[in-house]
Design a protein around this ligand. Sequence first.
Ligand code: F6P
Length: 353
Amino acid sequence: MDERRLRVGVLTGGGDAPGLNAAICGLGRRLLAANCELVGFRDGWRGLIVGATRALDGVDFQRLLVQGGTLLGSSGDNPYRDPDIDVPKVLANLRHHALDALVVIGGEGTLGAADRLHREHGVPVVAIPKTIDNDLEATDFTFGFFSAVEVATRAMDDLRSTAESHGRVMVVECMGRHAGWITAYAGVAAGAEGILVPEQPAELEELCHNLESLRAAGARSALVAVAEGVRLYEHGECLSPMQKDRFGEFLIGGAAETVARCIERRIGWESRHLVLGHLQRAGQPIAFDRLFALRLGARAARLVLERRFGRMAAMRAGDIVDVEIAAAVADRKVLPGHFLERYGSFFLPIGGP
Ligand code: F6P
């Protein structure tokens, strides 16, 4: 029987999401109760690359639970951007800190690196999924998503009154990268008259046609929810060609402004646009995300204690379970066809060029 206390590292990577601190809380409380030592790494993978830690002794987990952001800091750094240099640094720091396990809390990019380190170098990794985008496979939802939906829905509810006062169209851009989850859920919840998501090419002529019909039927205002990653088409031509940054990531955003301009130009209905941006990730998590993240953290702690590595805590059919990390990062989870069909009348158009 190994009497040495287990030493467990933890990091939070990628864009922050409401609930990160609650996940740390669920993990930390369970591990400390099992007499483990916890080592926090700062700013995602960067902390493990450069060896920057943050002590987690004495943290008031009860208070932490309710706070937005992440106590550990986050970044988009990834050891596989420059694997020849950074992977050996990560492995050396894991040895230096004599870690028995590493808990990685992140989205696709962060967990993709965790999966590779586990498979290629035997790093004892356990994962917790987070992202407001909800685009990870193998889990029903990721924490942070419903907090973002709440922000976007409330914003659209509020914008309705000013749209109505001025007889305008308000075009609201939501985050989500290449998935339309936030836009679809918030758009349906707020009763938006148009919802444009990346899962369907958006034909602006059809959007304008539908808005015109609404106006002719007496509507004074309209809300259009637009996902930042949507592909916009006019006369069959793509208005939003995908360009990449220096890391090969697609540059996204600006769709709402294009849509608002197009509506004014084509049908002369005064339009304004609003990019909700990082407000969707900011502030305290809603109660659901606090409890959800707490439960995922506790499940991850159990995986560590049972030494079941390469696994990720997840939600399946409402239960907290665990799955292979590889299953979560193999594909990007986008809005399923049945969601689009169920709410079809909100999505413009069905089909597309
Ligand atoms: O992945 C989460 C997310 O908020 C996306 O919805 C968004 O496109 C991106 O991160 C923004 O990243 P950054 O914080 O680097 O601007």
